[in-house]
Every structure is written in C-alpha cells, then in structure tokens.
Design a protein around this ligand. Structure first.
Ligand SMILES: [Zn+2]
Length: 196
C-alpha cells in the first residue's frame, strides 16, 4: 500500500532529524560559515525587520529582560570581568612595548601627584632627562634603584609647588626642611592631563 501524504512527510521529517543528529558539528560549521559570508546581508535584513517592527521588537526585548533579569545581570558581570582581563592585558602589552612613553607618563604623573607645578610638563621631563650633573653640587647624577646619594631628584618648592632644579639625593636631603605641601596645591593639578 502506498504511503499517504502525511506518512511521506513524517518520513522526511524523521530522516531530516536523523541527519541533523548525525552531522551536528558539520551543520554547525556550515551555519557559522554562512553567517560569516552573509554578515552584511543578515545585518540589513535585521535592520529592515527592526524598522518595520519597532514596537513589537521593543516589547519582546522588554519582556525578555524582565523575565531574565538575573541571567542578564550575571552575563553583564561576566562580560565586565572578561574585559577587565582584556584591558589589563592590553595595558601590560602597551607598557612592555612603549617603555619610553610609559616612563615619561609615570614620571610626570608622579610629579603631579607630589604637587610639582610646571606650565609644560613635557619640557620639564626633557629637562629632567637631559640633566646629567647635580645643579647644586655638580656631582654626576645616577638613576635606578636602589636610591643612593647621587640619585637624580626633582626639587620643588612646597609652598608654591613650582619646580626649582634637578639635584642629587644627597643635596636634596641636606636642604632645609620644607613645610608639608598644602593639599590645595596638589588638588589644583589635573593629573589626567594628556602627556602623549
Ligand atoms: Zn648634589
């Protein structure tokens, strides 16, 4: 007895289901490839759909958000965490690849943090880098750690915040004790100023 239309359809459905089950990975890969190759087409289709069904989409999204509050919260948290790692990694890489820029921005940031005031921090940095002898005693200045009596220092006035000169650590500690810097001076400095 020949199969009825309904039986034929059922057979096709069953074969299709079996095929999908047996070729799950293959289908997944093909779908991925299709999406990759038709990105622009899909994007346009989605855009058109959204434009023609704005209210419907909005309502559906609202409903989804309401129903999946906790899930969304968790997903956002995870995303933020993942990006935090990415951001840290990018930062680490940047520091590794740009040691000179990083040194410059670290030094200037440190001076600002300590309340050193100057109208051109880039030129102050150049002055600091190009000064090889103490401007007080004339000794040959050194850099790096640990700090010694010849370590290069930036001397600034704690009352006005103004830079004075580049001197050695030995001279710096011999200077008359300065008052503790007024917090207002430190706070007035924009430590986020671009120094690239
Ligand atoms: Zn000195």
């Amino acid at each position: 007895m020949p199969l009825t239309e309904e039986q034929k359809k059922e057979r096709k459905r069953e074969a299709s289901r079996k095929y999908r089950e047996a070729n799950r990975e293959k289908i997944k890969e093909a779908n991925r490839k299709y999406r990759e190759e038709n990105k622009e087409k899909d994007r346009l289709r989605n855009k058109n759909y959204y434009e023609n069904n704005r209210e419907k989409v909005r309502e559906r999204n609202n409903k989804y958000r309401e129903k999946n509050k906790d899930k969304i919260k968790e997903r956002n948290k995870n995303y933020w965490e993942a990006n935090k790692n990415m951001r840290n990694e990018a930062k680490r890489k940047y520091r590794e690849e740009n040691p000179e820029k990083v040194h410059k921005s670290d030094m200037i940031g440190n001076w600002k943090h300590r309340g050193v005031i100057h109208d051109d921090y880039k030129s102050l940095y150049n002055k600091y880098m190009n000064t090889d002898y103490c401007e007080c005693c004339g000794c040959k200045l050194t850099t790096g750690k640990p700090r010694t009596s010849t370590t290069k220092c930036l001397d600034h006035c704690h009352i006005t915040g103004l830079f004075r000169r580049v001197i050695c650590n030995g001279c710096n500690v011999k200077l008359p004790k300065q008052p503790k810097q007024h917090p207002q001076i430190i706070n007035n400095i924009n430590i986020n100023e671009d120094i690239s």
